[in-house]
Each structure stands twice: as structure tokens, then as C-alpha cells.
Design a binder for this molecule. Structure first.
Ligand SMILES: C[S@@+](CC[C@H](N)C(=O)[O-])C[C@H]1O[C@@H](n2cnc3c(N)ncnc32)[C@H](O)[C@@H]1O
Length: 230
């Protein structure tokens, strides 16, 4: 979200997790300088270190000062803080709403679509909130997050609560897990009202929040595609 804003666009981010929201709010709204805080992200994991110093290595965050970066001239006539906002809540519930219909020129999903129990819900939400002709840019792997989850895990009393509040859309609380391949995702997106403009996979390798000094390295070769709302 910040990078899109820094490139000069107006952007709305979306996040459901309070942990993520609190951390990003701290960095975006409350730091006074780059490198203000020191963190030791690998300290609680004792495995696969070459040296103890690797376990205790520290980093200074943030690497840049967000508001100073956004106030640099030349990106947009509108100030950065007026071009960036965050909507909290479940992506598929929020952006399926009529209030969000045909709102955005573009949607970017980064390491995100595999958080869906049922990808169709995410595709429908993106389709709802994009303007006709709008573009969807996606990058990420397919590590389906809801594998092995089933109806038994539904919280006790949840159905009763739904009945009482009249809220029946569980969003990512929907039961089940549909684990599609990259080819199936492309076919599904094309089937549900988009034209696939380009798609590729395995073009580059990337980690995700990993320790480059560790003896254990996990690497993704993510897929990347763009689709246009018909
Ligand atoms: C794998 S992370 C990727 C985050 C970020 N795009 C990045 O590349 O670092 C997926 C994020 O999506 C959030 N998330 C998962 N399901 C969501 C939903 N239904 N609505 C909104 N956010 C969701 C998670 O809390 C998590 O922060």
C-alpha cells in the first residue's frame, strides 16, 4: 500500500488482523525517523543458526521514514497523507458490498489470494469493487491457508450468533478450503468476468520473512498475472 502511494497513486489498503494493523499503524503514523526501533526477529527461534550472533542479530526499522518519503515533491499534487487510507475488515465481506461497487481503477493482491477458503468469493469481491475495464494485478504463491479446516472447527455458538445478529456472511469464516492450481486459478478468473492480459510463473524466486543467514531457506517461485474486468 505504501509503495503504491509512494509511486503517486491514491490507495486504500485492507487488512483483517489487529496485529498487522497495529504494527503498520505504528510504522506509518508514529515514527519520527528511519531506524527508530531496533528489533531482533529471529531471537525466539533457536534452530538452524550458524552462530549465536545470527540468532541475536538486530535490525533498525523502518528502513525509510514514511511521511518524509511521501512529502517529497513530484509524486502527486495531492499530499501523501490524503492519498493513503486503510479499511479494516474481511476483504470479501467489505468489497462485495454495493457501497464499493465500481469504485477502483485497480486492485493489487500481493501474497494474498491463497488466504481464501473459497477463491470465488475473492474474485467476486474484486470484480464488484473494480470499475469496468479496471485492472487486477496479482503476485504470490498458492500456499492455501485453510487446508484441512472443516466445519467442525466452526466456533461453538457461531450459528446462533449469526441468527441473532442477522449477519450470515462469514467471509473468510466460510467453511471448507478449495485448493486450486495456478492453471485453475487463471481459468477461474477468466471464467468469472475477467480477461487475463498476461500471466507467468517461476520467473523469479523470493523468500517471505526469512532469515538469509539460516541453514533453512524456503523459496517461492510465485505466479504473477494481470486481468482486466470485462
Ligand atoms: C501473506 S500476508 C501478505 C501481506 C502483504 N500483502 C505482503 O505481501 O507482505 C496476507 C495478509 O492478508 C491478511 N488477510 C488474510 N485474509 C484476509 C481477509 N479476508 N481480509 C483482509 N485481510 C486478510 C492477513 O492478516 C495477512 O496480513
Amino acid at each position: 500500500m505504501f509503495d503504491v502511494c509512494r509511486a503517486g497513486f491514491s490507495v486504500e489498503g485492507n487488512e483483517i488482523s489487529y496485529h498487522e494493523l497495529m504494527a503498520s499503524s505504528l510504522v506509518l503514523n508514529h515514527v519520527h525517523r528511519a531506524g527508530q526501533f531496533t528489533i531482533a526477529p529471529f531471537v525466539l527461534n533457536g534452530s538452524n543458526h550458524i552462530s549465536r550472533a545470527d540468532q541475536f542479530q538486530t535490525f533498525h526499522i523502518p528502513d525509510i521514514h514514511p511521511s518524509a518519503e511521501l512529502s517529497k515533491a513530484g509524486q502527486s499534487k495531492m499530499p501523501g497523507h490524503e492519498r493513503m487510507s486503510v479499511a479494516t475488515g474481511d476483504f470479501c465481506v467489505l468489497y462485495s458490498q454495493r457501497a464499493h461497487a465500481d469504485s477502483f481503477d485497480a486492485v493489487a493482491t500481493i501474497f494474498f489470494i491463497d488466504t481464501a477458503p473459497n477463491l470465488i468469493r475473492y474474485i467476486e469481491a474484486v470484480r464488484n469493487c473494480l470499475k469496468p475495464g479496471g485492472i487486477w494485478v496479482n503476485l504470490g504463491p498458492l500456499l492455501w491457508h485453510h487446508v484441512a479446516r472443516n466445519e467442525d472447527h466452526k466456533e461453538e455458538g457461531e450459528s446462533e450468533r449469526d441468527r441473532q445478529t442477522g449477519v450470515s456472511d462469514a467471509g473468510i469464516g466460510d467453511p471448507g478450503s478449495v485448493e486450486l492450481t495456478h492453471e485453475e486459478v487463471i481459468a477461474l478468473v477468466g471464467h468469472l468476468g475477467f480477461t487475463i492480459e498476461q500471466h507467468e510463473h517461476g520467473m523469479f524466486e523470493t523468500g517471505y520473512v526469512n532469515n538469509p543467514k539460516s541453514m533453512l531457506q524456503s523459496t517461492y517461485r510465485p505466479s504473477c498475472w494481470t486481468a482486466r474486468k470485462v
